[in-house]
Design a protein around this ligand. Structure first.
Ligand SMILES: Nc1nc2c(c(=O)[nH]1)N[C@H]1C(S)=C(S)[C@@H](COP(=O)(O)OP(=O)(O)OC[C@H]3O[C@@H](n4cnc5c(=O)[nH]c(N)nc54)[C@H](O)[C@@H]3O)O[C@H]1N2
Ligand SMILES: Nc1nc2c(c(=O)[nH]1)N[C@H]1C(S)=C(S)[C@@H](COP(=O)(O)OP(=O)(O)OC[C@H]3O[C@@H](n4cnc5c(=O)[nH]c(N)nc54)[C@H](O)[C@@H]3O)O[C@H]1N2
Ligand code: SF4
Ligand SMILES: [Mo]
Length: 910
C-alpha cells in the first residue's frame, strides 16, 4: 500500500491544482480503456463491484440479543458467512401492543451493534488455559477441556475434603443476565452449596428505599407506561446514556404535554432534553425530596383517600414509647404484626386489615374512616398517627432552609412540588445510582412519601425503580435445583465490604467526627452495627473462602478499593481460582484456570430482563470461537468431572446442615437425569415449562426472534396483552396488601436501629463526600455511553467515538486553577491511591467536582491502576437490619449496597 504523509498528499493535490497533472496526461489515465456506455455488457471494470456486493451477502441469519447487564434486551438479526458473524442488525419487528402507545422499535445501541467485531478481538478467550507463572503474571498454558475440568474437579473435592462445605465461592456476576446463562451457575451453586453474593447489592443497584416503602423494589413500570405520564422527574438517572433503547418513551411523553424534570449535579445528556434541569448539589437529594414533602404537606396538596387506604400514615403510634401500637400491647398473646387505625366514625381504635399478622388480606377500609391526624387514647395508652410523626419531621425542611444544601432555589422547589402534586400521572424515576449513595435509602423513601401523599400509585404513577422481576417460576426452579437445594446466598455489599477488608481503607480516608455529623454514624458505630447484623443472623456472611469460581463477573474492576480488594481475595482463595469468561478481563487475568465461554451469538438462550414484555431468543447463529463452550455446557462438563472423580476417589456426599452435597450424583442432578445436557436443551425446557411463554414453542420464538410474554408474566398483577404495565395496580385497584409489615406503603419503622439513627420516618441525611474527609474535591463515577461497564470498553469503534483512553471530566474553571488543559494528563489521588487519566473539559460540572465514567479496565490505565483504587466506601447501616416485618435478608430485595460515591479526591496536572 502507498503510505503518503500528509505533506506529500498536499504536494500532490497542489500539483493537480496547478494543472500539471492533467497537462502531462501522465501516469494513470493513459492505461485505461475508453468507455462508451457504462451499462453495456462488455464494460470491463465490473468485477470489483462484487467486492462490496459480497460484503452484504451471507450464508445464514440467526437471532440473538446481548446477555450483559444493560437492561436493554434488544432482538438482533445476526448475519453469518463462512462460520463468522459479519454483522448484526436490529430486528425491529416488535408488535405495537396498543394503537395509542408508540411501539418498542427499533431497540438497540451502538455497543450491541458492533459486537460482531468485539467477539473476534484479541482479548477474546478461545481455549481453556492454566496459569504457567505467578498469578497475574500473564503466562498461560493452553490445556484441554478434559485436563482443565479434571484438575478443577479434584481441587473442588480437595476443598470439601479438607474444609467441609461452605468454603467455595461460586459467584456469578452481572455479565450473564440471560435465562440459561444465569441459571447454569446458580444451579451449580445450589448443588455444591457455593457462596453466591446478591448481584444487586454487590454492585450497588438495589433501591432499598423502595423496598422499605413498598415491600418490593423490583415492581416497576414497563417503559411504554412512561408514555402517558404527564409529569416525569428523573433523579440520579441518565436514561439517554443508560437506557438507550427505552429513553424515547420519556421524550415521546412530551407529545402528551408531559413535563420532564432532570435532577443532577451535571447537565447530563438527559438533562439537555428536559423542561427543567435542577442542578442539585451532589448527595443533596434527600433534602430536596423532604422539602417537596414539606411543601405538599404545608399546602395540603395531598390526597387523603389514597393516604388512608394505601399507606400506613393513619396507623397509630404510641407517644409514650414511640413504637407502633400493636395487638400484643393490648392483648396477652396478641400479634406484634397487627396494628390499629383510629376510626373517626366510632371514635375507637380498630384493627387494620391486610397487615402481615392480619387474616383479612385486603386494603379495603369498609366502613372505617381512619383519622390521619390527632392524638387519642387506647386502653390508657396515648397514641397519635404516623402522619403526625411525618408532618413533624417534614416541618424541619422548608425549601428556604434547604436551598443552601441543595443549591435549588425555594421558589423552584415550591413550584415544582405543586405541579407534581397536581399531575394526573407522575413518575419519579431514580436510576440505579440511588443505591450507590449512603443516603440513597433516604432519597427513595422520601420520594415514595411524595408519591403516597399525592395519590400517585398504579395507573397514576409511582416510583420507577428500573427493574421488573417478571414472574418466571420455572426459571427459578431450574436455577435453584427444583427448590430442593440452595446456594449459600450472601448479602452482596456486606460480603464485599467485609471480605475485601474495606473498613481498613475507610478508616484511612474518613474523619470519624465529620463522618458522624454528615451521615449520622461514625466508623466505630458502623463496625458495631455490621457485627450486630452478622451475629444476630439478620444478614448472612460466610467468612473466609478457600476457592473461587468466578463467572461473568469483573470483580477486580468493579469493587471499590480495587487493588487492595484484589490482593485480599487472591490471598484468601489461595487453593483455587477459576474464571469463566468470554474475554480476558481484569479479573480473568489473575486466575489459575480460564474457561472460555460462548459469547452472545454462540449459544442458545432467552433473555427477559428488560422494561418490556418481549423475551428475546438467542438461536446460536454461529459455533463458538476456538474451543469456547456455552456457560450451561461448562457447568455440565464440570459436574460430569466432579461426579467421575468423586466416584473414583470413593467420595459420596457431604452433610451440609439439612442437605447432602451429593458429589457422586451431581451430574445426574445438574442435567435432570441426563435430559438437560446442552444450552439448547435448557432453552427448550424453559420455553416448554414456563407459564410466561403461554404454550408457545421454541421454533415459533426462533422464527420471530422473540416471545411476547403472556398474562402470567406479570409478577404483581397480570400482564395485560394491550396495556402497558403499571406498578402496583393490584394494590391501587385490586386492594391487595403490599408486601410490607403493615400491608401498606410504609413510612414508619420502629426497628431499634431505625430508632437509634433517628430514622423512624422519612428524613434527610448527607452522603459522606468531601466534607467527611481531608480531600477537597467531590467525585462521582456514573455509567458510560461507550460501554456496558467493562464490556466493549476497548472495542476499536467505541474507542474512536471518545478520547481513546480513560478520561476524567473537569470544569474548565477548576482546570485553570490547577493548570490543567483539555486533553492534558492528570493524576487523581487521595490517601488510598492514585490513577492517571486524560482531562476532558465539561463546563456543566460544578467547580468542586470531578466526574469519571466507570467501566475502564484497569489494564487501560498506566500502571494498571484503575479509578476504583481511590475509592473508600461505607455501608448504610439501615440496609443491614433484619427481623422486622419485611426488613429481612432477601436476595435481590433487601440487604446493603456497595456504595460508589462516598469519597473525595484531589487532582494535579502531570
Ligand atoms: N450505556 C450504558 N448503559 C448502562 C450501563 C452501562 O455501563 N453503560 N450500565 C447499566 C447498569 S448495571 C446500571 S446500574 C445503570 C446505571 O445507570 P443510571 O441508573 O443512569 O446511573 P448512573 O449512570 O450511575 O448515574 C446517573 C446520573 O446520576 C447523576 N448524579 C450523580 N450524582 C448525583 C446526585 O448526587 N444526585 C442526583 N440527583 N444525580 C446525581 C449524574 O448526572 C449521572 O449521569 O445503567 C445501565 N445501563
Ligand atoms: N466506581 C464505580 N464502580 C462501579 C459502579 C459505578 O457506578 N462506579 N457501578 C457498579 C455497577 S452498578 C455494576 S452493575 C458493576 C458492573 O461490574 P462488572 O462486573 O465490571 O460488569 P461487567 O463489565 O459487565 O463484567 C461482566 C463480565 O462478564 C463477562 N461476560 C460477558 N458475557 C459473558 C458470558 O456470556 N459468559 C461469561 N461467563 N462471561 C461473560 C464479561 O467479559 C465481563 O468482563 O460495576 C459496579 N462498579
Ligand atoms: S447491548 Fe443491550 S442495549 Fe445495547 S443493543 Fe445489546 S441488548 Fe440492546
Ligand atoms: Mo449496575
Amino acid at each position: 500500500m502507498l503510505r503518503w504523509t500528509r505533506r506529500e498528499l498536499m504536494q500532490r493535490s497542489s500539483l493537480v491544482g496547478a494543472g500539471l497533472f492533467m497537462g502531462s496526461r501522465g501516469w494513470a489515465l493513459n492505461r485505461l480503456e475508453p468507455i462508451g456506455d457504462t451499462l453495456e455488457e462488455d464494460y470491463p471494470y465490473r468485477d470489483w463491484e462484487d467486492l462490496y456486493r459480497n460484503e452484504f451477502s451471507w450464508d445464514s441469519i440467526g437471532k440473538a440479543a446481548h446477555c450483559i447487564n444493560c437492561l436493554g434486551n434488544c432482538a438482533f438479526d445476526v448475519y453469518v458467512k463462512d462460520g463468522i458473524v459479519i454483522r448484526e442488525e436490529q430486528l425491529a419487528k416488535y408488535p405495537q401492543i396498543n394503537p395509542n402507545v408508540p411501539d418498542a422499535n427499533p431497540r438497540g445501541c451502538q455497543k450491541g451493534s458492533v459486537h460482531s467485531t468485539s467477539m473476534y478481538e484479541a482479548d477474546r478467550l478461545r481455549y481453556p488455559m492454566k496459569r504457567a507463572g505467578a498469578r497475574g503474571e500473564g503466562k498461560w498454558q493452553r490445556i484441554s477441556w478434559d485436563q482443565a475440568t479434571e484438575e478443577i474437579a479434584d481441587k473442588i473435592i480437595d476443598i470439601y475434603e479438607e474444609h467441609g462445605p461452605g468454603k467455595l465461592m461460586t459467584h456469578t456476576g452481572s455479565g450473564n443476565l440471560s435465562m440459561v446463562r444465569l441459571a447454569a451457575p446458580y444451579r451449580f451453586a445450589s448443588l455444591v452449596g457455593g457462596v453466591q453474593l446478591d448481584i444487586f447489592t454487590d454492585v450497588g443497584d438495589l433501591n432499598t428505599g423502595a423496598h422499605l416503602a413498598y415491600g418490593n423494589a423490583l415492581e416497576s413500570f414497563t417503559s411504554d407506561a412512561w408514555f402517558d405520564a404527564d409529569y416525569i422527574m428523573m433523579l440520579l438517572f441518565n436514561p439517554n446514556v443508560t437506557r438507550i433503547p427505552d429513553a424515547h418513551y420519556i421524550w415521546e411523553a412530551k407529545w402528551n404535554g408531559a413535563r420532564v424534570v432532570s435532577v443532577a449535579p451535571d447537565y447530563n445528556p438527559s438533562s439537555i432534553h428536559a423542561d427543567l434541569w435542577m442542578p442539585v448539589k451532589q448527595g443533596a437529594d434527600p433534602f430536596l425530596a423532604m422539602s417537596m414533602v414539606n411543601v405538599i404537606i404545608e399546602g395540603k396538596l395531598y390526597n387523603e383517600a389514597f393516604m388512608k387506604e394505601q399507606s400506613d400514615l393513619p396507623i397509630l403510634v404510641r407517644t409514650d414509647t414511640g413504637m407502633l401500637l400493636r395487638e400484643a400491647d393490648l392483648d396477652d398473646g396478641g400479634s406484634d404484626q397487627v396494628f390499629y387505625h383510629w376510626d373517626t366514625k366510632t371514635g375507637a381504635a380498630v384493627k387494620v386489615k391486610g397487615s402481615m399478622g392480619s387474616e383479612d388480606k385486603t386494603l379495603e377500609l369498609g366502613e372505617v374512616d381512619p383519622a390521619l391526624e390527632g392524638t387519642f387514647e387506647v386502653e390508657g395508652i396515648p397514641v397519635t398517627t404516623v402522619f403526625e410523626k411525618v408532618k413533624a419531621e417534614a416541618a424541619k425542611y422548608p425549601p428556604e432552609e434547604t436551598a443552601a444544601i441543595t443549591g435549588i432555589g425555594a421558589g423552584v422547589v415550591r413550584a415544582e412540588a405543586e405541579t407534581f402534586a397536581k399531575a394526573r400521572k407522575a413518575l419519579l424515576m431514580t436510576g440505579f445510582n440511588v443505591g450507590r449513595y449512603s443516603n440513597g435509602i433516604y432519597t427513595s423513601w422520601a420520594l415514595s412519601l411524595m408519591l403516597a401523599l399525592t395519590g400517585h400509585g398504579g395507573k397514576t404513577g409511582g416510583l420507577d425503580t428500573s427493574w421488573i422481576e417478571w414472574n418466571q417460576p420455572m426459571w427459578l426452579s431450574l436455577a435453584l435445583f427444583e427448590f430442593k437445594k440452595f446456594p449459600r446466598l450472601e448479602a452482596g455489599g456486606l460480603g464485599e465490604f467485609v471480605r475485601g477488608g474495606m473498613m481498613e481503607h475507610s478508616r484511612q480516608h474518613y474523619d470519624n467526627d465529620k463522618l458522624k455529623e454528615r451521615t449520622g454514624f461514625d466508623l466505630d458505630e458502623l463496625q458495631e452495627m455490621i457485627d450486630e447484623s452478622i451475629d444476630s443472623g439478620w444478614m448472612p456472611y460466610f467468612g473466609d473462602m478457600k476457592g473461587l469460581i468466578s463467572i461473568a463477573d469483573n470483580k477486580f474492576r468493579r469493587n471499590k478499593n480495587a487493588e487492595a480488594y484484589r490482593e485480599r481475595i487472591l490471598e484468601e482463595v489461595e487453593e483455587l481460582f477459576v474464571d469463566i469468561n468470554v474475554r480476558m478481563d481484569s479479573t480473568a487475568q489473575w486466575a489459575d484456570y480460564l474457561l472460555p465461554a460462548a459469547s452472545h451469538y454462540e449459544a442458545w438462550d432467552l433473555r427477559s430482563v428488560a422494561f418490556h414484555r418481549f423475551v428475546n431468543v438467542f438461536s446460536k447463529p454461529v459455533e463458538p470461537v476456538g474451543e469456547a463452550k456455552s456457560d450451561w455446557e461448562i457447568m455440565e462438563l464440570l459436574t460430569r468431572k466432579i461426579q467421575e472423580r468423586a466416584i473414583a476417589r470413593g467420595v459420596t456426599s457431604y452433610q451440609d446442615g439439612d442437605v447432602t452435597r451429593d458429589f457422586h450424583t451431581i451430574h445426574d442432578d445438574y442435567t435432570m437425569g441426563g435430559t438437560l445436557l446442552t444450552d439448547l436443551d435448557a432453552t427448550k425446557w424453559l420455553v416448554e415449562n414456563g407459564p410466561e411463554f403461554a404454550g408457545a414453542t421454541l421454533e415459533e420464538g426462533v422464527e420471530r426472534g422473540f416471545f411476547v410474554m403472556g398474562e402470567d408474566g406479570g409478577p404483581n398483577q397480570p400482564l395485560k396483552a394491550d396495556e402497558p404495565y403499571n406498578a402496583f395496580t393490584a394494590q391501587t385497584e385490586g386492594k391487595a396488601p403490599y408486601k410490607t409489615m403493615t400491608g401498606r406503603i410504609t413510612f414508619f419503622v420502629d426497628h431499634p436501629r431505625f430508632v437509634k439513627l433517628g430514622s423512624t420516618v422519612p428524613t434527610a441525611r448527607h452522603h459522606a463526600g468531601r466534607d467527611a474527609s481531608n480531600y477537597p474535591l467531590q467525585f462521582y463515577s456514573p455509567h458510560t455511553r461507550w460501554g456496558i461497564h467493562s464490556n466493549w470498553r476497548s472495542n476499536k469503534f467505541m474507542m474512536r467515538l471518545q478520547r481513546g483512553e480513560p478520561n476524567i471530566y473537569i470544569n474548565p474553571q477548576l482546570a485553570a486553577a490547577k493548570g490543567i488543559v483539555d486533553g492534558g494528563h492528570v493524576r487523581v489521588f487521595n490517601g488510598l491511591s492514585d490513577f492517571y487519566a486524560q482531562a476532558k473539559f465539561y463546563p456543566s460540572l460544578p467547580t468542586d467536582t470531578i466526574m469519571m465514567e466507570h467501566g475502564w479496565e484497569p489494564h487501560q490505565f498506566p500502571n494498571f491502576r484503575p479509578m476504583n483504587a481511590c475509592m473508600a466506601t461505607l455501608l448504610q447501616p439501615l440496609e443491614l437490619v433484619g427481623g422486622w416485618g419485611h426488613l429481612n435478608f432477601s436476595l435481590w430485595h433487601w440487604n446493603a449496597n456497595q456504595l460508589a460515591h462516598e469519597n473525595s479526591v484531589d487532582i494535579e496536572a502531570v
